[in-house]
Design a protein around this ligand. Structure first.
Ligand code: PMV
Length: 316
């Protein structure tokens, strides 16, 4: 049996992170240059049922039986088997490799789930359709942080720019003019669960204040979608700046994020904000052709561990 391979992209959130957990809309786009790859090979010599998993990014090299049952990879596999209704599996080796930095707001967890669900369901002879991949990946997101909005698994499963709101049908949108986003890594790992919890505590203490901020973020997200649809890049940058101020107000920015954003803006970025859970992780900066190089250089000089360039355009 030939090896089964599946890959899934990373993602960035352009507008609306955190507010999306409170059922406001958000916009996310896949990042094709950052990917998780899952390769499954049958191991006919091993005892049936043996699954060996190797995931160097999280220092994992183990038989599945040696992992705790609530481990997210174990759960992904057991959920797939339940869905298909089988208890027997041929022995296999699963290798998960990724160029998506872990705990950096770029969707590494969701990408691993999506690629694993696709590869393993195919390995078992029942490749799952996108809706089922998305549903199972969402279940795993709940383990990463109890109250996920579902945006990460959705943008990564469908692999296209999305306007997402919990409980609403997924909306696609057109990108009138291509635009370039630089993604810069603060190098500070940050777990989404922690910032999501922090926001929850703030919301519990001052519900009215947080609800108002979420409404303002929702308005910015809607204006951002419009700016993308009409190709107003300057407006897009201003809206990113406004979104960042509100993310600061709910306490998910950080000194390192602030330093990179200031460096990007001073070097000519049209707009900049954190992306994802915050508290560390990555910032995104909107640049044009002239400023891209300068901004990239300034970000590295200001301490960014990596800068990735991502061009956004509607694919037909
Ligand atoms: O940090 P990431 O890439 O997992 O982004 C999470 C986005 C949040 O809005 C903060 C949480 C969520 O579930 O939507």
């Amino acid at each position: 049996m030939p090896a089964i391979t599946s890959t899934a992209p990373g993602k960035i959130i352009l507008f609306g992170e955190h507010a999306v957990v409170y059922h406001r809309p958000a916009i996310a786009v896949p990042v094709q240059s950052l990917r998780t790859r899952v390769v499954i090979t049958a191991d006919p010599l091993a005892t049936p049922g043996t699954i060996h998993i190797e995931a160097p990014a999280i220092n994992l090299n183990s038989d599945i039986l040696d992992l705790v049952p609530e481990d997210h990879l174990v759960l992904t596999i057991t959920n797939i088997m339940k869905e298909i209704g089988i208890t027997y599996i041929p022995a296999c080796n699963i290798r998960i490799s990724s160029t998506i930095p872990v705990a950096a707001g770029l969707g590494s967890g969701a990408a691993a789930s999506v690629a694993l669900i696709r590869a393993f369901s195919t390995f078992l002879g029942k490749p799952f359709p996108d809706d089922l991949v998305n549903k199972l990946a969402f279940e795993i997101e709940k383990i990463h942080h109890g109250t996920p909005s579902g945006i990460d698994n959705t943008v990564i499963t469908y692999n296209m720019p999305v306007y997402f709101q919990y409980g609403q049908p997924l909306q696609k949108f057109q990108i009138k003019l291509p635009f370039t986003i630089l993604i810069a890594d603060t190098g500070v790992p940050s777990k989404t669960a922690i910032t999501v919890r922090k926001v929850r505590q703030g919301w519990e203490q001052s519900p009215e204040k947080f609800e108002n901020i979420f409404d303002e973020i929702a308005e910015i997200t809607n204006q951002g979608k419009h700016a993308i649809e009409i190709g107003n890049i300057l407006a897009l940058g201003k809206l990113m700046d406004q979104n960042q101020i509100l993310l600061q107000a709910i306490g998910v920015s950080s000194a390192e994020i602030g330093i990179l954003i200031d460096a990007a803006k001073q070097a000519g970025a049209i707009g900049a904000k954190l992306s994802g859970g915050g508290g560390g992780g990555n910032i995104i900066a909107l640049v044009d052709e002239e400023s891209a190089k300068n901004v990239g250089k300034a970000l590295l000089e200001a301490g960014a561990k990596h800068v990735y360039q991502n061009q956004l355009r509607t694919s037909h």
